[in-house]
Design a protein around this ligand. Structure first.
Ligand code: SF4
Ligand code: SF4
Ligand code: SF4
Length: 322
């Protein structure tokens, strides 16, 4: 197994013994490598998804639906034939991706190509960002970031403005357009189970160890060990370690993440920093617009009254000249 200096530093940053050697090595390191030692949201709860271990059994989907009192997920051989999205009746879905041994999608293979074919599976749900754009954009704090990790939703505070949907870099929150009292829906990270010291329902049923639940610092360390310690197996990247400023669902893979339909254009900066500029307007609208409207109303009433007075006086004087 080849271990480059860069990868050694990555593994070193994740192991306790390396804590002694890393500072000396890091002194002359590139800024990115120096950054690797810092783990945002270190004490938050997190899940490491190792897509190389996922067999697409969808037990996680079933456990999620049962826990959240949603309809049971569809069954049958054909379910994985088409790509599904999370939504009001499914807070998590598992999709299948047909790839060749280089991670290239099968559709791109030339006719008659005998390249070894493979299937990969990936579970999707809310990523529970360390600094969530959705919660930052919500003017009424219906979406809220809990200190231990989950980003939760309180329907009683939701005004239905759907700024959260615009602000999420992963396209996660969905709206119950069909419901009489629509809500925003997304994975809750089983915050109530976590409050009782339990694992999220989906992670407690995974039969292959594809979902590991724990402290974010430990999950990042485990991911670094697997990924940078096995450069011939894994793509040398941990999806979610830095995306959107860091997420609490972390993914590792042996095929490029784009092949698992994971967004490649998510920047490393926390999205609230961006939302402040773009969606910083909602707080203005929600807090200043009503008093402004009231001000316009009072002003126009006063002006109408003054005009009436002026017209009366003007009319009198005009009448006087006649
Ligand atoms: S993935 Fe989207 S919905 Fe989930 S916490 Fe991050 S910004 Fe919010
Ligand atoms: S954490 Fe809970 S709500 Fe989220 S996907 Fe898993 S079971 Fe569903
Ligand atoms: S339960 Fe585990 S192995 Fe089965 S689909 Fe979900 S993540 Fe994959």
């Amino acid at each position: 197994m080849k271990l480059s200096r860069r990868n050694f530093l990555k593994v070193a940053g994740a192991t306790s013994s390396a804590a002694l050697v890393a500072p000396a090595l890091a002194r002359g390191a590139e800024s990115h490598e120096e950054h690797i030692g810092a783990i945002v949201g270190a004490d938050e709860s997190s899940v490491l998804v190792d897509t190389t271990l996922c067999v697409g059994c969808r037990a996680c989907e079933a456990a999620c639906s049962e826990k959240n009192q949603l309809p049971a997920p569809p069954v049958g051989d054909k379910v994985l034939d088409k790509k599904r999205e999370t939504g009001p009746t499914a807070l998590t879905v598992v999709n299948r991706f047909d790839v060749d041994e280089t991670g290239k999608e099968l559709q791109q293979q030339p006719e008659g190509d005998a390249t070894k074919r493979a299937q990969r599976f990936a579970k999707t749900q809310c990523m529970h960002c360390v600094a969530p754009g959705c919660a930052s954009a919500c003017p009424n704090r219906a979406l809220d970031k809990k200190p231990n990790g989950p980003v939760t939703y309180d329907a009683s505070r939701c005004m239905g403005c759907r700024y959260c949907m615009v602000a999420c870099p992963f396209g996660v929150p969905k709206y119950e357009y069909e419901a009489l009292a629509p809500r925003v829906v997304k994975c809750t990270f089983c915050a109530d189970r976590q409050a009782q010291g339990l694992k999220p329902a989906c992670t407690s049923v995974c039969p292959t160890g594809a979902l590991t639940f724990g402290r974010r610092a430990d999950m990042v360390a485990e991911a670094r060990k697997r990924v940078y310690g096995n450069p011939d197996k894994y793509v040398q990247h941990i999806y979610g370690e830095h995306e959107a400023g860091g997420t609490n669902w972390l993914y590792i893979s042996d095929v490029p993440f784009e092949k698992l339909a994971m967004k490649a254009d998510v920047i490393d900066k926390p999205y609230p920093d961006l939302v402040k500029g773009a969606l910083g307007v909602p707080p203005f609208v929600m807090t200043l617009w009503p008093p402004l409207l009231m001000g316009f109303y009072v002003f126009s009433n006063r002006r109408a009254a003054n005009n009436a007075k002026h017209d009366a006086a003007h009319g009198d004087s005009e009448g006087h000249h006649e």
